[in-house]
Every structure is written in structure tokens, then in C-alpha cells.
Design a protein around this ligand. Structure first.
Ligand SMILES: Cc1cc2nc3c(=O)[nH]c(=O)nc-3n(C[C@H](O)[C@H](O)[C@H](O)COP(=O)(O)OP(=O)(O)OC[C@H]3O[C@@H](n4cnc5c(N)ncnc54)[C@H](O)[C@@H]3O)c2cc1C
Length: 342
């Protein structure tokens, strides 16, 4: 870390301290980069009690994985602060990161802010989210195997979700709710797999003693259930990138907008050199382990960019030993080395 005109400068500022951001920060800190993670403390899977499909950590509470990751970042010299980033702007050959915790300068930026699940507006649903109102068969499907599972249709993906949960239970019901007509083939598939369908709009998710027990439809008809599957709209958390000209774009599946994500290329490259992105903010179907892997790749790529910048500066200094610019660049490289105890 360096002070430039009163503003702290870091090799990399990581925005978001979930699986993607912390994993990128570890890779950078282990490469002796000064890293600052700014995190607002609202990881997407916080409502869930346990995390699954993370090899060797199955069933770990999500917050415990993050606590372990934070310890690793800090053990290699990285810093983590609580704060919400409101804007990232260009600043010469780097960036200014404006956060509720203060303004810092970054040579490079790693964005790992995840997404927001916008849930269907049905009374009683939000309170059960991540517990017995679910969306992902890989995250919680095993836990509801053989149970009575209702799938709330709000878009064309409902038939696909039904089939994924039908793999886990033969007591799956499609609640047609506000979903579109499914088409002959999908209807035939539902019949063939023994999936009951229920017409009518769901007006209430019913819970008793802190457990979902079913849904109530218009006309006071009840359907008894143990779990309800929904399709949230997945919205990237990326407003603060607007000053850089980076914006989320709609993601369409089967002609239906399922959410928005910031586009990226290999190793999380964005349209802005020096800014890379990883995790759910760019990959809506990313899981914890794939988000962590993407963070690692993006962090490693940013370290590579810094190595290239520093090597170019050192070569320029070597070729022009007496020029003022060369002296300035050499001094910057030497200062960088001193910062890392070299
Ligand atoms: C209920 C539920 C259960 C799930 N269960 C599983 C499971 O069992 N297994 C699995 O693999 N996946 C599961 N997932 C998916 C999993 O949550 C995501 O894949 C994972 O969290 C993505 O990691 P991430 O680092 O991209 O984002 P996140 O984990 O969401 O982390 C993003 C971080 O960035 C911070 N942030 C956001 N905006 C800003 C800002 N402007 N400034 C500073 N910080 C900011 C947030 O506070 C958050 O801490 C589940 C999802 C849900 C909704």
C-alpha cells in the first residue's frame, strides 16, 4: 500500500468479499500484491444454513467458509474492510474506488459483488427463502428428496425446474400460477413423468411453526407441500461500474429474460483493461466452488498484468538510463519492491 497525495493506493482493490472476491484476494496476496477487499457483508447464500457441492466442505455453514477465506487473505497480508462501493472511476493509469469506508486508489480492480435474487411477489414467500423456498436443485435438492415439492411457474423455465426436482422426488406438483402456456411437448413430458399440475394463482405461502406447509390459491384452495421451488430474477450488483461504462446486460434463456450480468471474457476480462470480474455478477449460474475458481483465475490474470506493467517500466528505465521519465519509472518500480520487502 502506498500513499499518493493523501489517497491510499493498492495494487488491487477487490470489490466484494464472497467466494469469488476472497479467492482472488488470496491469489493476489500470495503473489505479494497489496490487496484491499471492500465488502458490504451480504453474500447471496446467507439465508441458507448449509452449503453443498463444495468438495471437502459439504454442509459447512456459508458464513464459516467466508470466515476461513478471510483468515487466509489476512494471513498473507491482505486487508479487508467493511464498506459499500458506490463508484469506480478512472484515475490516470489506475482507478479511484469510492466506498462508504473511504476513497482508495487501485492500480487494478477485481469486481466480485454477486447478484440479488428478485423473488416472486407472493405473501409469505420471502420469509422462507433459502430455507424451504428454494431455487437450485444442486444447492438444496438432496435435502428435500422424496418430499412434496411445488414448483411455482412464473416463466418458461418452470417445466425444466420441474424435471430437475422430479429427479429427486416423485411427489412434484407444477403450480401454474402466472406462468405461460407450456406447449404440447412439455405437457406430455409432465404427464409421462407423473407430475400433477394445479391451475390458479398462488395467493399465500402458508407456514406453521416456522415450517412451510403449503400454498393457498385463489378461492381458498390449499395445496399441502414441504418445499416450494421458485425462479428468482437474477440481478447483477454492478451499478457502481457505470462511471467506467460497464453495465449489466439482460440474459435470455428460451426467449425469456432470466436476469442481468456484466459480460466478461477469459479470466474475467471486461471491456475496461485493468478491471476483471468474477462470480455471480458475471456468471448467473455460478455456484460457490465455480465462483471461487473464477476469482482465482481473475486474480492471477491481474497479477500477470501488473507483472507486465512493471517489466515494461523496468525495460524502459534500462534503455533510457538518463531520461527523466526513465528515472521516474525506475523509482516507482523500486518503491514497489520495497513495499513488498524485496
Ligand atoms: C439461498 C441460496 C443457497 C445457495 N446454496 C448454495 C450451495 O449450497 N452451494 C453452492 O455452491 N451455491 C449455493 N448458492 C449460490 C451461491 O450463493 C453463489 O454461487 C455464491 O454466493 C457466488 O459467490 P460470489 O462471490 O460471486 O457472490 P456473493 O457470495 O454474493 O458475494 C458477493 C459479496 O459482495 C458484496 N457486495 C455486493 N455489492 C457490493 C458493493 N457495492 N460494495 C462492496 N461489497 C459489495 C456482498 O455483500 C457479498 O458479500 C446458493 C444461493 C442461494 C440464494
Amino acid at each position: 500500500m502506498e500513499n499518493t497525495g493523501g489517497t491510499q493506493e493498492h495494487d488491487v482493490v477487490v470489490i466484494g468479499g464472497g467466494a469469488a472476491g476472497l479467492s482472488g484476494a488470496v491469489a493476489l496476496a500470495r503473489s505479494r500484491r497489496s490487496v484491499l477487499v471492500i465488502d458490504s457483508g451480504a453474500p447471496r447464500n446467507a439465508p441458507a444454513e448449509h452449503m453443498h457441492n463444495f468438495l471437502s466442505r459439504d454442509g459447512l455453514p456459508p458464513r464459516e467458509l467466508l470466515a476461513l477465506g478471510r483468515d487466509e487473505v489476512v494471513s498473507y497480508g491482505g486487508r479487508i474492510v467493511s464498506g459499500r462501493v458506490g463508484a469506480v472511476e478512472r484515475d490516470g493509469d489506475g482507478f479511484l474506488v469510492r466506498a462508504s469506508s473511504g476513497v482508495v486508489r487501485a492500480r487494478k480492480v477485481l469486481v466480485a459483488t454477486g447478484l440479488v435474487d428478485e423473488l416472486p411477489e407472493v405473501p409469505g414467500l420471502r420469509e422462507r427463502w433459502g430455507r424451504d423456498v428454494l431455487h437450485c436443485p444442486f444447492c438444496h435438492g438432496w435435502e428435500v428428496r422424496d418430499q412434496r415439492i411445488g414448483v411455482l411457474a412464473t416463466g418458461p423455465m418452470a417445466a425444466h425446474q420441474v424435471m430437475l426436482f422430479r429427479q429427486l422426488s416423485d411427489r412434484v406438483v407444477l403450480l401454474r400460477h402466472t406462468g405461460p402456456a407450456l406447449g404440447e411437448l412439455a405437457e406430455e413430458q409432465l404427464r409421462a413423468r407423473g407430475v400433477e399440475t394445479v391451475d390458479g394463482v398462488v395467493e399465500q405461502v402458508v407456514s406453521v411453526a416456522d415450517r412451510l406447509v403449503g400454498v393457498r390459491l385463489a378461492g381458498d384452495r390449499d395445496v399441502a407441500l414441504d418445499a416450494l421451488v421458485v425462479a428468482p430474477r437474477f440481478v447483477a450488483r454492478a451499478d457502481f461500474l457505470a462511471p467506467l461504462g460497464l453495465h449489466p446486460v439482460d440474459e435470455v434463456r428460451d426467449g425469456h429474460v432470466i436476469g442481468s450480468a456484466v459480460p466478461s471474457g477469459p479470466a474475467g476480462a471486461t471491456a475496461v483493461p485493468g478491471v476483471r470480474i468474477a462470480g455471480n455478477v458475471t456468471d448467473l449460474s455460478g455456484q460457490v466452488i465455480t465462483s471461487a475458481a473464477a476469482g482465482l483465475m481473475a486474480g492471477a490474470a491481474l497479477n500477470g498484468e501488473l507483472v507486465n506493467d512493471e517489466t515494461a517500466a523496468a525495460v524502459a528505465a534500462l534503455r533510457e538510463p538518463f531520461s527523466h521519465e526513465a528515472e521516474r519509472r525506475l523509482a516507482a518500480v523500486v518503491a514497489g519492491g520495497r513495499r513488498h520487502g524485496l
